[in-house]
Write a protein that binds this ligand. Structure first.
Ligand code: ADP
Ligand code: MG
Length: 363
């Protein structure tokens, strides 16, 4: 992955970028640099400004303030068609009356590229997305995943410097989506084009990205690589949006952690034992008795929601490798003890995110 400080200029530099729609600050004074060849994701809830940022980069919207630089060219006032970017939308809108090859060639035809050259590049793009042999098919003869790949080929054939993707997998079912996530990442590695990928799905962002920007109300809450985002969330908002947050704060923190503050402990870092097997609390171990309120079976893993005597409610997850689900279900309404290593607590600076209960997050 290219890193900041390398000699290549950033593929995209946004400075002081804002877009207001009346009272709504869709994008609020954003500074962001995306490296050349990076798979960059913008993750956030609906309405947090992700699409607007993409449309500003593409040139479909004019910023209220700020600048957009692609490579070493300031494109803030350059119209969309003259920017070296392509966009793939969720409703990828391939032309139904054209076959696959014609769809992929379309952009080159508009640019008056010669026929033999056009054909060669379209076939190359189809090979890149693993659709050799589909050139003559009509869109209605393709599966959802194949249509998505045609849309991708249609963008790649232009060899843009940057490819913008707005929830392109949103319409696919879960299995296909997971397959396409892996494939899209491989394609991006093969072609080396900078991808800016918008999603509201944390798992999707974690799977594919070099770096992820978590958006909240037109601003970036945290910008980090997937591992750092999950293991060291910078705020309660990020902790709750990426994974299950398990917040410990206020008087509960004082009692369990021994100091003031807001802390997060991830569900897979917590062990649940019978009260009789509980270790003594120590300098390295937190110990918290409570009652199992809910057991949620998720196939590969099971989540238990435990109301602690100290006041907080924590979710514990364990892999269903050797323990049977019956044993977990029997614990419902039983007294248990949760333990975790103190160094697995992440200390947060910010205030708690409202409206995130552990039960909602087990889904
Ligand atoms: P996201 O893609 O993260 O769901 P958007 O960028 O689409 O978010 O929207 C951000 C905010 O800007 C939302 O509050 C949305 O309602 C508002 N918004 C987006 N486009 C327009 C528009 N053309 N006119 C008015 N408000 C808009
Ligand atoms: Mg959107």
């Amino acid at each position: 992955m290219p890193t900041e400080g390398s000699s290549t200029p950033a593929a995209i530099s946004l400075s002081g970028l804002s877009k207001h729609f009346g009272e709504v600050r869709a994008v609020d004074d954003l500074d962001l640099q995306i490296a050349d060849g990076e798979f960059f994701s913008m993750l956030g809830p609906s309405g947090s400004g992700k699409t607007t940022v993409l449309r500003l980069i593409a040139g479909f919207e004019k910023p209220t303030a700020g600048t957009i630089v692609l490579g070493d060219r300031d494109v803030t006032d350059v119209p969309a068609y003259a920017r070296d970017v392509n966009t793939v939308f969720q409703d990828y809108a391939i032309f139904p009356h054209m076959n696959v090859l014609q769809n992929v060639e379309y952009g080159l035809r508009v640019k008056k590229v010669r026929k033999t050259e056009r054909r060669r590049r379209a076939e190359e793009a189809l090979a890149t997305v693993r659709l050799e042999g589909f050139a003559d098919r009509r869109p209605h003869q393709l599966s959802g995943g194949q249509r998505q790949r045609v849309a991708l080929a249609r963008a790649l054939v232009n060899r843009p410097r940057v490819l913008l993707l707005d929830e392109p997998l949103g319409a696919l079912d879960l299995k296909l989506r997971r397959e396409m996530q892996i494939e899209l990442k491989q394609i991006q590695r093969d072609v080396g084009i900078t991808f800016v990928f918008v999603t509201h799905d944390q798992e999707e962002a974690l799977t594919m990205s070099d770096r992820i920007a978590v958006f909240n109300e037109g601003r970036i809450e945290q910008l980090a690589a997937p591992v750092e985002l999950y293991e060291e969330p910078a705020s309660a908002f990020v902790a709750g949006f990426v994974g299950t947050s398990n917040l410990i704060q206020g008087a509960v923190a004082q009692q369990l952690v021994g100091r003031e503050g807001t802390f997060v402990v991830r569900p897979e870092k917590v062990s649940m034992v019978a009260a009789s097997d509980a270790p003594p609390p120590g300098p390295d171990t937190c110990v918290a008795p409570g009652v199992v309120r809910e057991v949620v079976y998720l196939g590969a893993s099971t989540h238990s929601v435990v109301a602690l005597d100290a006041g907080a409610t924590l979710t514990v997850s364990h892999q269903n490798s050797d323990r049977s689900i019956e044993a977990a279900l029997e614990r419902r309404e039983q007294r248990v003890v949760l333990t975790w290593r103190r160094d697995q607590l992440v200390s947060l600076g910010g205030a708690a995110a409202p409206g995130t209960s552990p039960m909602e997050e087990t889904r």
